[in-house]
Design a protein around this ligand. Structure first.
Ligand code: SF4
Length: 120
């Protein structure tokens, strides 16, 4: 019926695999997030993208939930060419991090980092 107008996305298995891979990379890199400006810029790009699965707010190419994926600095837009700007992580472009197979979890230095301002 009207389902023919709904764009087909990745299978459930592919969505879970893709999300698990992205999550692993995100954690392995210390869970870095993009700035608020970059987050909004990414979501704006998705909003005008033909691959957006609007009802689920998922990317139609990878199946990831964009609310989360757009926030993670280690992710990239799967379109060719990518619609998101390259993020820099530890002096490297994010593309090199997406093939990182390390399971090492690194502590985030930005969260609650040692600040010279302690209780006064
Ligand atoms: S292809 Fe890129 S811009 Fe389009 S919905 Fe997916 S992540 Fe967003």
């Amino acid at each position: 019926m009207s389902d023919s107008k709904i764009p087909k996305g990745p299978t459930m298995f592919n969505m879970i695999s893709s999300f698990a891979r992205e999550l692993k990379t995100y954690i392995a890199n210390g869970a870095p997030n993009v700035t608020t400006e970059d987050y909004i810029e990414r979501l704006d790009a998705c909003d005008t993208c033909e691959h957006l699965l609007r009802p689920q707010i998922r990317c139609g190419l990878c199946g990831c939930l964009l609310e989360h994926k757009a926030k993670w600095k280690t992710t990239k837009c799967p379109d060719n060419p990518p619609r998101w700007k390259t993020q820099i992580i530890d002096g490297k472009g994010q593309e090199s991090n997406n093939t990182n197979s390390s399971n090492e979890i690194q502590p985030t230095s930005e969260e609650g980092g040692a600040d010279s301002k302690s209780s006064v």
